[in-house]
Design a protein around this ligand. Structure first.
Ligand SMILES: [Zn+2]
Length: 97
């Protein structure tokens, strides 16, 4: 779970998921704006690429679009559920590389 870099409090899974749907990630305890750290961001982008492995599988089995959506939606829900476990916070906006 992510820990606020300002007050050191751990965010709960629910609080983390809630901040995902907001443009600004603010700590629910101290209200300080938090950023996703560069290393965490790299992991997140790797995470988001996982569903792309479905594409060649899809071509192989010749699934319909509806079937792909049926597979992709639960996969994204699982990824969203796992996101708070990989998220690391930073007080400042870190450069990508
Ligand atoms: Zn805080």
């Amino acid at each position: 779970m992510p820990t606020c870099q300002n007050c050191g409090k751990k965010w709960t899974w629910k609080q983390t998921v809630k901040t995902l749907f907001r443009l600004k990630k603010c700590c629910p305890y101290c209200g300080k704006k938090q950023y996703e750290s560069a290393s965490s961001r790299r992991r997140t982008s790797a995470f988001l690429l996982i569903p792309l492995v479905l594409l060649p599988i899809n071509a192989w089995f010749e699934f319909s679009v509806g079937m792909v959506l049926l597979l992709a939606i639960p996969l994204y829900i699982i990824l969203l559920g796992l996101y708070p476990f990989i998220l690391k916070l930073s007080n400042e906006m870190e450069p990508y590389w």
